[in-house]
Ligand binder design. Structure first.
Ligand code: ATP
Length: 362
């Protein structure tokens, strides 16, 4: 059993506080994604777990055992760095085999061959095994590096942006493979990324990190539907969530965008209270002709600003009062929407999130 537990991890580099009290519990066999912007402390967290960057304060437990004083190679974790350190003059096969030849992790030759073959196939690099790594493309090398980590039976995998050098199509394919590997191996995996699509697609649960702190942990539904604050809400979704300053008005209504938005809200907030209204572009409706808004949906008058085709859907940016709002609708619904033409939007009250304008919290 190898759950991972981080308690109050702090780490500074000179004046830079890289980790500012990281608390995190990852269950045995869980595939956990840590998402955050550049410099948030993702790599430092992984290095603290691997024992490569000891924290100034706090505890790392792997499988319930305190890792204080335990050397990196005795921790039972396998880590893949974004800058993969492969042996350029070795073949891909020998690179993948190298961890299995070390005295600590030696596997019987037949078992090593079987594992390398299996992971090479899952990663789509079987045909590259005899090639020297120095001759491979960046994306191919990255897959070899990932293979080298995964072949070694470990208590936990620590993966740092392992798909960052792959093109979009391959990345998508590899996400599916990684999910399969995760499901088959059931090895606790901590996967670091700054790509929200990757986090939503891969993680059993997701943790969002900002400025060395975990700001929210949850399932993809929780993170998407109930973001803890505007930072988390902004980090997921493209186009980004619409965030509009507003105010609670008498009679339990929310008014925003110079009065263009006027919705009933059931938040128990006092009139006059300033709020930030959040609504995702995919949750807004475009009402056609004289179509009445569905139950529980408020109507908002707006004007088209610009439309942009995104594959089968279109992003429509509109102006409502003094605000710009984005919505994503089927492409055919947006065709013929000329700039400046009046439109009516439906804002489903149940999909509206309210945030505190100063702290950003819900
Ligand atoms: P990225 O997505 O860009 O890799 P990250 O979330 O992994 O970012 P970290 O690499 O953990 O972020 O860095 C967190 C902070 O600590 C950053 O401000 C970084 O500059 C600083 N930092 C990390 N390692 C060192 C180091 N060895 N010396 C000095 N500062 C460091």
């Amino acid at each position: 059993m190898a759950p991972l537990s981080l308690k109050g991890l702090r780490k500074s580099f000179g004046k830079v506080r890289a980790l500012d009290g990281i608390d995190l519990d990852i269950a045995d066999g869980e595939f956990f994604c840590l998402l955050g912007p550049s410099g948030a402390g993702k790599t430092t967290t992984l290095k603290a777990i691997a024992g490569l960057e000891p924290p100034d304060e706090g505890r790392v437990e792997i499988g319930g055992v305190d890792m204080d004083g335990v050397e990196p190679y005795d921790r039972g974790v396998a880590m893949c760095f974004e800058s993969y350190a492969l042996y350029p003059h070795y073949t891909a096969y020998d690179n993948m085999a190298s961890p299995l030849r070390s005295p600590r992790h030696r596997l019987p030759a037949a078992e090593a061959r079987e594992r390398i073959g299996r992971f090479a196939e899952l990663l789509g690099i079987s045909h590259l095994l005899d090639r020297n790594v120095g001759e491979l493309s960046n994306g191919q090398r990255q897959r070899v590096a990932l293979g080298r980590v995964l072949v070694r039976p470990a208590a936990a995998f620590l993966l740092d942006e392992p798909l960052s050098h792959l093109d979009a199509k391959l990345r998508q394919a590899m996400r599916a493979e990684l999910k399969t590997i995760g499901a088959v191996e059931r090895t606790t995996t901590l996967y670091v990324t700054h790509d929200y699509v990757e986090a939503l697609g891969l993680g059993d649960r997701i943790g969002v990190i900002r400025d060395g702190r975990i700001v929210q942990v949850g399932t993809r539904e929780q993170i998407w539907n109930e973001p803890a604050d505007t930072f988390v809400a902004n980090a997921f979704g493209k186009p980004r969530i619409n965030l509009v300053p507003g105010e609670i008005a008498a009679g339990g209504r929310l008014r925003a965008a110079d009065g263009a938005i006027d919705l009933p809200v059931d938040a128990g907030l006092a009139p006059g209270r300033a709020v930030t209204l959040g609504v995702r572009p995919r949750d807004l409706l475009l009402l056609r002709g004289d179509e009445a808004p569905p139950d529980g949906t408020a109507e908002v008058g707006a004007r088209v600003y610009v439309t942009e085709v995104l594959g089968r859907q279109s992003e429509v940016t509109v102006t409502a009062g003094d605000q710009r709002l984005s919505l994503v609708v089927p492409r055919e619904d947006a065709s013929g929407l000329a700039p400046e033409s009046p439109v009516r939007l439906g804002v489903p009250a149940g999909r509206v999130l309210l945030f505190d304008p100063s702290e950003g919290g819900r």
